[in-house]
Design a protein around this ligand. Structure first.
Ligand code: PCA
Length: 210
């Protein structure tokens, strides 16, 4: 049976909620796919998030792994193209760990490209009326750490990657770009469905000038 692992995160940086964690719970509640969906909300802690993810991948052997997290300030849902082997935190994680220029995986490669069809995912989201674009940086905090870990742990043929989401409108700080939580959940469903259905990414012009 095809298995999908979908993760979000608990709140961090003093926020009361995290739309990524709330959205994956919603996706789990109403999942109607024939595939087995495993959902988990990860701690915003470098070491334990990576450990938990590796354990989940070991235990469930997913075919598709999508980790999601909040990118406060972004207006679009952004599938990430690349994870880098760097933990460099502007703020401590939820356990007080505050790495500076530390590798995610000692002696690992400098970076991994996602194995998700990110252009196809962004296109499917836009077709669905959800603003989306491929991002070329997942940052250097716990989200990038988890994305790098997923790609490091993925067996050949496993499609893995990360999707950053904006604040949920219900909980966004004043003036911050946001989407309704229901749209964020829908976006993750579309990302999962596209990852299951599209084996070769769309070869449409994309990229960024800066
Ligand atoms: N966003 C943070 C960590 C957890 C989350 O939801 C990030 O982008 O690294």
């Amino acid at each position: 049976m095809t298995t999908v692992l979908l993760t979000g995160f608990e709140p961090f940086a003093g926020d009361a909620t995290n739309p990524s964690g709330d959205a994956v719970r919603l996706v789990a509640e109403r999942w109607s796919g024939v595939e087995r969906l495993v959902v988990e909300v990860l701690p915003v802690v470098f070491a334990s998030a990576a450990e938990r993810l590796r354990r989940l991948m070991d235990e469930h052997r997913p075919d598709v792994v999508i980790a999601a997290g909040l990118a406060g300030g972004r207006a679009q849902v952004t599938p990430e193209k690349v994870a880098i082997n760097l933990a460099d935190a502007r703020i401590p994680d939820n356990a007080g760990d505050h790495p500076v220029d530390r590798p995610v995986v000692a002696d690992g490669p400098a970076a991994y490209f996602t194995t998700l069809p990110v252009k196809a995912i962004a296109a499917a989201l836009n077709d669905d009326g959800i603003p989306a674009a491929v991002s070329h940086s997942a940052g250097t905090f716990v989200c990038n750490h988890v994305m790098f870990t997923a790609l490091d742990a993925a067996a050949p043929g496993v499609r893995a990657g990360f999707v950053h989401v904006p604040y949920a409108r219900e909980d966004a700080p004043a003036g911050a770009p946001a989407l309704p939580l229901a749209d964020i959940a829908r976006a993750l469903e579309v990302a999962v469905r596209t990852a299951l259905d599209v084996r070769t990414d769309a070869s449409t012009p994309g990229g960024a000038l800066h």
